[in-house]
Design a protein around this ligand. Structure first.
Ligand code: TYM
Length: 329
């Protein structure tokens, strides 16, 4: 039985990218493996958050984890800030990370650029905390989207570095990138990743978008003008992104999609994707609405999750303190 860990930031309403790239893949492991799924609220505060929104987004994300089909009897679902070993080990991971390697992270560079003069230090030390999240549980596999590759490589480097410096302690984890949907792009600027924080509402499909909103956003999705459904990421990024979304849901190959829509044009294709998305998201949205109206149930699941996660994490943290001499006995 492998140990699986992954996390999502409660930093806004989740997108189709979060679902296809991560959330839906979490389900694959729940019947066979020991799974820890975390709401990483301490990562969210690496950029400014409104406290009320962060509070609400944390609960919403818990409901969404469950709404996609994660079973709290099978997986441990918890909030990062409720298990103090995450920041404790995060600090230790910082002590073995080099500023240079953190400055090279592309997500840091992108986010720091947007903040001009006031770059929070935690934006730089985000990856050591992510490494701590993963390493605390003896994780074997981390299901994430493509954009987390660099952070995962650093996690492996830090695990190996710690083991070399202080003796064999951590399992060196592997990344698991799903087959389709590993990188869903913006509907408005298809060379850019679809992101929770995009200010252009038409750029992202949100998991809780109403059917008419999904139809409208797809109609407005940027495409080229040759009206031919053909996969060519370089020259036709917009239509290729839509084909990627279609393929991620139906598992049809690009060749098959091209055949199906040969001579039909973009209008028909966009209409069919909208239908497909509405059908995929409707059951999740219905389940979500039930859960969000059951606050006691959510609280009891998160309380139990935090207790289970804490029990496991504190064992590993103790080993780390002993290995480093950070203790009296
Ligand atoms: P976050 O909250 O940005 O994204 C959560 C997950 O969604 C994936 N994802 C995407 N996949 C495909 N296409 C997209 N457009 C897209 N946008 C986001 C992300 O790859 C991720 O899997 N650093 C993480 C949070 C984290 C974490 C961890 C993950 C903190 N600690 C430990 C795994 C293990 C992040 O920013 O996720």
């Amino acid at each position: 039985m492998a140990v699986i860990f992954s996390g999502i930031q409660p930093s806004g309403e989740l997108t189709l990218g979060n679902y296809l790239g991560a959330l839906r893949n979490f389900l694959e492991y729940q019947d066979t493996d020991e799974c820890y799924y975390c709401i990483v609220n301490q990562h969210a505060i690496t950029v400014p958050q409104d406290p009320k929104e962060l509070f609400q987004n944390t609960r919403n994300l818990a409901a969404l984890y469950l709404a996609v089909g994660l079973d709290p009897k099978k997986v441990t679902l918890f909030v990062q800030s409720e298990v103090p070993e995450h920041v404790k080990l995060g600090w230790i991971m910082q002590s073995i990370s080099y500023v240079g390697e953190l400055e090279r992270m592309t997500q840091y560079k992108d986010k720091a650029q947007k903040r001009g003069e006031s770059v929070p230090t935690a934006l730089l030390t985000y990856p050591p905390l992510m490494a701590a999240d993963i390493l605390l549980y003896g994780t074997n596999y981390v299901p994430v989207g493509n954009d987390q590759k660099q952070h995962m490589e650093l996690t492996r480097i830090l695990a190996e570095r710690f083991n070399r410096l202080f003796g064999e302690t951590f399992v060196v984890p592997d990344i698991k990138i799903g087959e389709g949907g590993a990188r869903v792009m913006s509907l408005q600027e298809p060379t850019k990743k679809m992101s929770k924080s995009d200010e252009n509402q038409n750029a992202t499909i949100r998991l809780l978008d109403a059917p008419d909103v999904i139809v409208k956003k797809l109609k407005r999705a940027q495409t080229d003008s040759d009206n031919c459904v053909r996969y060519d990421k370089e020259n036709k990024p917009g239509i290729s992104n839509l084909m990627g979304i279609y393929r991620a849901i139906t598992k049809d190959s690009y060749e098959k999609i091209e055949e199906m829509y040969s001579g039909k044009g973009y209008g028909a294709f966009k209409g069919d994707i909208a239908d497909l998305l509405v059908d995929t998201l409707k059951p999740i949205q219905d389940h979500y609405n039930e859960l969000i109206n059951s606050p006691e149930l959510l609280d009891s699941i998160l309380d139990e999750g935090a207790a289970k996660a804490h029990a496991k994490a504190s064992e590993m943290y103790r080993k780390v303190e002993l290995a480093m001499g950070l203790c009296r006995r």
